[in-house]
Design a binder for this molecule. Structure first.
Ligand SMILES: *Cc1c(COP(=O)(O)O)cnc(C)c1O
Ligand SMILES: [Zn+2]
Length: 428
């Protein structure tokens, strides 16, 4: 692909994206389908025109649609509504969680940002809507990804809505709930006999072939655009709190990208004057599972060397053994004074049930990870129990039923008569 996003778009707001900027050496490149720096091979991210970002107002956002596109003036794609390739995700509930706070020992306000409410029931709809809208503008006609489940689900659904072709790649041992909710949309679904990291490597190779020249791999060749979609979670939390930032956020990590982009969103909002930072700033906390904890282990060991692992355990959506944004997640957590923790499979199952019982939100395993890590961080004193906190539930429990299927079920079994109900103790 040789086209770029520099061409003027017909729209009411200009595209604020300025260039692709290397996270390693700072080199800049045009807004094309490129994800690695030609100078140092570092990852690229979107750089913005500061003056265009600073021109954005709360009123302008409030007047926008009730989905992620209200933040289009802060995103690298989608300013022209007619050119969006999207399921219109976003503006998911921010739920006050007093009972959960009491259980884990927090006495400041605690909120759950529930992204299971998105169209395909995970936060991935945000990144896919931005990635595919950018990819379409760049001339791609087929859409692909390497996925731990939710990304495949979202890409397949977006392509179906747009009447476009999709080919998504997943590890063959994925949960049935993730396979079915992806396959039903009718695109190509390729199960690979290997780990996510194997899938990702293969997709990187495929993306370089002539046969895949028309294909945007959302988290490979258009990754800089994809990653920016996660910023909308940070913007929404700020807006839903009445244009304030929480003092602490707890975020699940796979590649670590979501964590870095929530931090980037908060940073931008302060820089452009849309919010005041909390008096002592905000602190970012990362959550992993014990079966795949390379970023948290690097933090605990005080090193910048992230040693890849071969993931195990039930939190499959987070099972990236060689996390692309791990270094940047470490940087954000260290800079803000946060921490990272990991929890084992039993703690994850407990976390799912704790969140469900105290908030009415049924999370997938990733939400169990985050809830269990929240509890662990309070217990260890790493998280301040007196500081306002937001935890992110990024996915839906119905997709990973097996995680808790053996632990919950009917509490009573009764014949259909009043007497049987009484005998069973239902009348007290
Ligand atoms: C992909 C995913 C994440 C983490 O995403 P990264 O940006 O790769 O860290 C978290 N939760 C769920 C449910 C996911 O599917
Ligand atoms: Zn570079």
């Amino acid at each position: 692909m040789t086209s770029t996003l520099d061409a003027p778009l017909i729209s009411t707001t200009p595209n604020p994206a300025r260039a692709l900027v290397c996270r390693g050496c700072g080199a800049e490149f045009p807004l094309a389908a490129q994800h690695a720096c030609y100078e140092c091979f570092g990852p690229l991210e979107i750089g913005y025109h500061a003056d265009l970002l600073r021109a954005v107002t709360r009123e302008q956002i409030a007047a926008g649609p009730k989905n992620i596109w209200r933040y289009a003036p802060l995103l690298p794609a989608g300013q022209d509504p007619a050119a969006r390739l999207t399921l219109n995700p976003g503006l998911t509930p921010l739920i006050r969680a007093d009972a959960l706070a009491a259980e884990v020992g927090l006495h400041a306000p605690l909120w759950v940002k529930d992204d299971s409410a998105n169209p395909t029931h995970s936060f991935k709809d945000r990144v896919v809507s931005v990635a595919l809208t950018a990819a379409k503008a760049l001339g791609f006609t087929r859409f692909a990804c390497a996925s731990t489940g939710n990304l495949a689900n979202s890409v397949a659904a977006h392509a179906a809505r747009a009447g476009a072709r999709s080919v998504v790649f997943v590890p063959a041992d994925l949960e049935l709930g993730k396979i079915v909710t992806t396959a039903v949309y009718g695109g190509d679904l390729v199960a690979i006999d290997g780990s996510y990291d194997d899938v990702n490597r293969l997709c990187g190779e495929l993306a370089e072939t002539e046969e895949f020249e028309d294909t945007a791999f959302v988290n490979i060749n258009v990754r800089p655009y994809y990653a920016e979609g996660s910023k909308t979670l940070g913007y929404e939390v700020a807006e839903q709190l009445g244009w304030r930032l929480p003092e602490q956020v707890v975020i699940p990590m796979a590649s670590g990208e979501l964590l870095t982009k929530v931090d980037k969103a908060f940073t931008e909002l302060v820089e452009i004057g849309l919010v005041e930072p909390p008096a002592n700033g905000w602190r970012v906390f990362g959550a992993q599972s014990a079966g795949c904890n390379p970023i948290a282990v690097a933090l605990h060991q005080g090193t910048d060397v992230i040693t890849p692992v071969r993931p195990t355990g039930i939190a499959k959506s987070l099972n990236i053994g060689d996390p692309a944004a791990g270094l940047y997640a470490l940087e954000a957590v260290r800079r803000t004074g946060g921490w990272m923790e990991y929890v084992d499979d039993d703690e994850i199952r407990d976390g799912i049930r704790l969140l469900a019982r105290t908030t009415g939100v049924f999370a997938e395993t990733a939400g169990g990870v985050t809830t269990a890590v929240l509890r662990k961080l309070v217990a260890s004193g790493r998280l301040d129990p007196g500081a306002e906190t937001v935890v992110f539930n990024t996915g839906e429990g119905l997709k990973t039923l097996d995680a808790v299927a053996d632990l919950v079920g009917p509490t009573h079994r009764v014949k259909p008569s009043l007497r049987a109900a009484r005998d069973a103790g239902l009348l007290g």
